[in-house]
Design a protein. Structure first.
Length: 101
């Protein structure tokens, strides 16, 4: 079994697991969490979740508004074309490509 050493980086506060025989890094853990207490990290995580929820709510509400506007626009266009057809009358069914022969 290979022997490994755990090395703490003073700059990034990360930890490296180094194989003693080959000198290669076997595993690494991100640092930076040692400076803050757990309660502060938890409150930051909750704050990020709340911000994400607000962003999602804003996105979906704006998407719903865009969908309503698009529906209104298409309904208006359909109403205009229906009115035009009622005024001009129908000439009969449209020509089919098979009738061209």
């Amino acid at each position: 079994m290979n022997k490994t050493h755990l090395v703490d980086c003073p700059f990034c506060k990360g930890t490296l697991e180094v194989d003693a025989g080959s000198g290669k890094v076997v595993n690494k853990w991100e640092g930076g969490r040692k400076d803050k207490p757990a309660g502060e990290r938890f409150s930051e995580a909750v704050q990020k979740l709340e911000e994400g929820k607000k962003k999602r709510d804003e996105f979906f509400s704006s998407a719903a508004e865009r969908l309503k506007e698009k529906k209104k626009k298409t309904d208006d266009l359909f109403g205009e074309q229906l009115k035009k057809v009622k005024e001009e009358g129908l000439e009969g069914p449209p020509e089919r490509p098979f009738d061209f022969d």
